[in-house]
Design a protein around this ligand. Structure first.
Ligand SMILES: [Zn+2]
Length: 118
Protein backbone atom coordinates (compact mmCIF):
# COMPACT_ATOMS: atom_id res chain seq x y z
CA UNK A 1 0.00 0.00 0.00
CA UNK A 2 1.20 3.47 -0.88
CA UNK A 3 -1.04 5.13 1.63
CA UNK A 4 1.56 5.52 4.37
CA UNK A 5 4.02 7.26 2.07
CA UNK A 6 4.21 11.03 2.66
CA UNK A 7 2.76 13.29 0.01
CA UNK A 8 5.42 14.42 -2.40
CA UNK A 9 5.94 18.11 -1.74
CA UNK A 10 6.97 19.08 -5.26
CA UNK A 11 3.87 17.46 -6.71
CA UNK A 12 1.66 18.98 -4.04
CA UNK A 13 2.97 22.45 -4.79
CA UNK A 14 2.48 22.08 -8.53
CA UNK A 15 -1.04 20.76 -7.97
CA UNK A 16 -1.92 23.73 -5.76
CA UNK A 17 -0.54 26.19 -8.33
CA UNK A 18 -2.31 24.51 -11.25
CA UNK A 19 -5.56 24.29 -9.30
CA UNK A 20 -5.51 28.05 -8.74
CA UNK A 21 -4.37 28.89 -12.26
CA UNK A 22 -6.75 26.69 -14.25
CA UNK A 23 -9.57 25.62 -11.94
CA UNK A 24 -10.12 28.68 -9.77
CA UNK A 25 -8.73 26.84 -6.75
CA UNK A 26 -11.93 24.80 -6.62
CA UNK A 27 -10.63 21.22 -6.80
CA UNK A 28 -9.93 19.16 -3.67
CA UNK A 29 -7.86 16.00 -3.40
CA UNK A 30 -6.75 13.91 -0.44
CA UNK A 31 -3.22 12.99 -1.57
CA UNK A 32 -0.86 13.35 -4.49
CA UNK A 33 2.34 11.37 -4.72
CA UNK A 34 4.85 9.66 -6.97
CA UNK A 35 4.42 5.88 -7.10
CA UNK A 36 5.95 3.10 -9.17
CA UNK A 37 3.79 2.40 -12.22
CA UNK A 38 4.88 0.26 -15.12
CA UNK A 39 2.34 1.22 -17.77
CA UNK A 40 0.56 4.42 -16.88
CA UNK A 41 1.78 7.94 -16.29
CA UNK A 42 -0.77 8.70 -13.64
CA UNK A 43 -4.03 7.73 -12.03
CA UNK A 44 -6.77 9.26 -9.95
CA UNK A 45 -9.20 7.46 -7.68
CA UNK A 46 -12.37 9.45 -8.22
CA UNK A 47 -14.10 8.18 -5.09
CA UNK A 48 -11.27 8.89 -2.62
CA UNK A 49 -9.52 11.85 -4.28
CA UNK A 50 -6.13 10.13 -4.37
CA UNK A 51 -3.83 11.14 -7.22
CA UNK A 52 -0.76 9.15 -8.20
CA UNK A 53 1.89 10.12 -10.73
CA UNK A 54 4.38 7.58 -12.09
CA UNK A 55 7.77 7.91 -10.45
CA UNK A 56 9.44 7.85 -13.87
CA UNK A 57 7.58 11.10 -14.65
CA UNK A 58 9.69 12.89 -12.04
CA UNK A 59 12.39 13.36 -14.65
CA UNK A 60 10.11 14.89 -17.28
CA UNK A 61 10.25 18.61 -18.11
CA UNK A 62 8.09 20.67 -15.78
CA UNK A 63 5.56 21.54 -18.49
CA UNK A 64 4.96 17.84 -19.22
CA UNK A 65 4.72 16.93 -15.55
CA UNK A 66 2.23 19.79 -15.15
CA UNK A 67 0.10 18.28 -17.90
CA UNK A 68 0.01 14.94 -16.05
CA UNK A 69 -1.05 16.71 -12.88
CA UNK A 70 -3.75 18.71 -14.73
CA UNK A 71 -5.05 15.51 -16.33
CA UNK A 72 -5.42 13.82 -12.96
CA UNK A 73 -6.84 16.95 -11.32
CA UNK A 74 -9.51 17.08 -14.03
CA UNK A 75 -10.47 13.53 -13.04
CA UNK A 76 -11.53 14.85 -9.64
CA UNK A 77 -14.49 16.34 -11.52
CA UNK A 78 -14.98 13.73 -14.25
CA UNK A 79 -14.03 10.08 -13.94
CA UNK A 80 -14.30 9.48 -17.70
CA UNK A 81 -12.58 11.05 -20.73
CA UNK A 82 -15.69 12.70 -22.14
CA UNK A 83 -16.10 16.20 -23.60
CA UNK A 84 -16.51 17.84 -20.18
CA UNK A 85 -13.27 16.22 -19.06
CA UNK A 86 -11.44 17.51 -22.13
CA UNK A 87 -12.75 21.00 -21.59
CA UNK A 88 -11.06 20.97 -18.17
CA UNK A 89 -7.88 19.32 -19.39
CA UNK A 90 -7.51 21.82 -22.21
CA UNK A 91 -7.48 24.75 -19.81
CA UNK A 92 -3.82 23.86 -19.60
CA UNK A 93 -2.57 25.38 -22.86
CA UNK A 94 0.19 22.81 -23.47
CA UNK A 95 -1.99 19.70 -23.10
CA UNK A 96 -1.87 18.68 -26.76
CA UNK A 97 1.87 19.18 -26.98
CA UNK A 98 2.46 17.24 -23.78
CA UNK A 99 0.38 14.34 -25.09
CA UNK A 100 2.54 14.25 -28.21
CA UNK A 101 5.67 14.35 -26.09
CA UNK A 102 4.50 11.40 -24.00
CA UNK A 103 3.45 9.41 -27.09
CA UNK A 104 6.91 9.90 -28.57
CA UNK A 105 8.50 8.80 -25.30
CA UNK A 106 6.32 5.69 -25.14
CA UNK A 107 7.14 4.85 -28.75
CA UNK A 108 10.87 5.29 -28.09
CA UNK A 109 10.63 2.94 -25.12
CA UNK A 110 8.77 0.33 -27.20
CA UNK A 111 5.61 0.78 -25.14
CA UNK A 112 2.22 0.93 -26.80
CA UNK A 113 1.12 4.55 -27.13
CA UNK A 114 -0.39 5.38 -23.75
CA UNK A 115 -2.62 7.97 -25.41
CA UNK A 116 -5.16 7.08 -22.81
CA UNK A 117 -3.89 8.12 -19.48
CA UNK A 118 -5.91 6.86 -16.56
ZN1 LIG B 1 -7.43 10.04 -17.66
Amino acid sequence: MERSRPTDERLAQRARTLNVRHFGGRLRWTSISFVDMAHNWGSCTFTTGEIRIARRAAGLPDWVLDYLVVHELAHLDHSDHGPAFHELENRYPLSERAKGYLMALDAGAGRPPSGELT
